[in-house]
Ligand binder design. Structure first.
Ligand code: FE2
Length: 390
């Protein structure tokens, strides 16, 4: 018997694209982030946490109730941000193995494209390792063409063309409220988009990945932070920021550098079982309202010492926000030639010291808060010391 909310879905692996993109069309002209998929032990419990704490609402679902027996996925949405939470249903599944290795971790940083086949064909030609070939997925709401390739660790990049799809997320997904009616709508907190996604890679591997993003995905390097700029008494790291899609996608890549004690990147690599996504930065247009709402809901952030704020007026100059409110909320401030930015970092989302979130408001600055790195890293190190890992 078919389950009550069965969704008829079909898929076809497309033959290798015969047509080249028309001349002048860049096959890697990414339209932006599409979604981020996180593997979790329980999509249900993770969705409850992320929606009640961070103001996301579940919009789509795929699982046994819709006729999908391999895994269960819940799509959370807030403005332009879509987070896909996927959990295994059976102990021997490959997803279960990934979770046992990495814990609650980002599996897929998916990009939106205008033509999946052209993009996939081009990046594979340039040396990308395929994970899934271009496949057309269909249901009563239209068609999505999807493909994916490998990046650092067990992370992948999917390419998604959703221009011919009108459903809640993806063919095979049902509207969440139809499968699970009567759930409370969670008030949003003003999160408006994905600003950047940071990867931590092994010692000596940063430049290899920088070259991969340049050569294969057509990204360019916008910034470089040396271990001199990003160091504390105990640890140091190096970082290069890659951008693609005309700046809509920003991907900083960190690697550990030699410090007196164990670098926070090394701690991440050890607990994550290798390279992976360290943090996802979510943008807001009103960080004060967003952080007030998050703090009321019990979200915990990295502690910023009082002394940090003593230097802010001289280091940053005028900002339109009330500095005492910024200080009470523990928000960090940085400035560069183009303007300033306000940012704050959550504690790790699970028990392993791995994935965390950043909330960022940009007032002109296109930087990443290098002026805050020292204060931030000292805060991370206090937590690291509490875990006995420093
Ligand atoms: Fe960041």
């Amino acid at each position: 018997m078919k389950p009550k909310h069965f969704v008829e879905v079909s898929s076809t692996v497309l033959p290798p694209a015969s047509a080249e993109p028309p001349s002048g069309v860049d096959p890697t002209a990414f339209l932006g982030f599409d979604h981020i998929e996180i593997y979790t032990d329980s999509a249900k419990q993770s969705a409850y946490f992320l929606s009640h704490a961070f103001g996301f609402n579940p919009v789509a679902y795929r699982g046994p109730e819709t006729g999908w027996q391999d895994s269960a996925s819940i799509i959370l949405k807030q403005a332009d941000v879509m987070i896909m939470l996927t959990c295994p249903l059976k102990p021997d599944s490959t997803i279960a193995k990934q979770i046992s290795k990495h814990g609650f971790a980002a599996r897929d940083v998916a990009f939106r494209v205008s033509n999946t086949e052209w993009c996939f064909q081009e990046v594979v030609k340039r040396g990308a390792t395929p994970v899934a070939p271009p496949t057309e997925w269909r249901d009563c709401n239209g068609t999505i063409v999807h493909a994916s390739i490998r990046t650092y660790g067990d992370t992948i990049h999917s390419f998604v063309d959703r221009s011919r799809y009108t459903g809640p997320f993806w063919p095979g997904f049902a509207e969440y409220g139809k499968v699970f009616p009567g759930e409370t709508v969670i008030p949003e907190v003003g999160i408006s988009g994905i600003d950047h996604v940071v990867g931590n890679v092994e010692l000596g591997k940063m430049n290899e990945w920088v070259s991969f993003y340049e050569r294969v995905l057509g990204f360019s390097q916008i910034t470089h932070f040396t271990d001199k700029e990003i160091s504390t008494e105990y640890s140091a790291l190096m970082s290069k920021v890659m951008k693609g899609g005309g700046g809509k996608i920003k991907l900083p890549i960190n690697e550990p550098a030699e410090g007196k004690r164990k670098s926070q990147i090394e701690e991440f690599l050890q607990y994550n079982g290798g390279a992976g996504v360290q943090h996802i930065a979510l943008s807001t247009n009103n960080i004060i309202a967003t952080i007030k709402a998050l703090r009321e809901r019990g979200v915990r952030f990295l502690y910023v010492p009082k002394t940090y704020y003593e230097e802010v007026p001289t280091r940053i100059g005028f900002i339109k926000e009330d500095l005492s409110v910024i200080q009470n909320l523990g928000i960090l401030v940085d400035r560069d030639d183009d303007g300033y930015l306000l940012q704050i970092f959550t504690k790790n989302l699970e028990d392993r010291p791995t994935l965390f979130l950043e909330i960022i408001q940009r007032e002109g600055s296109q930087g990443f808060g290098v002026g805050n790195f020292k204060a931030l890293f000292e805060a991370i190190e206090r937590d690291q010391a509490e875990r006995g890992n420093l």
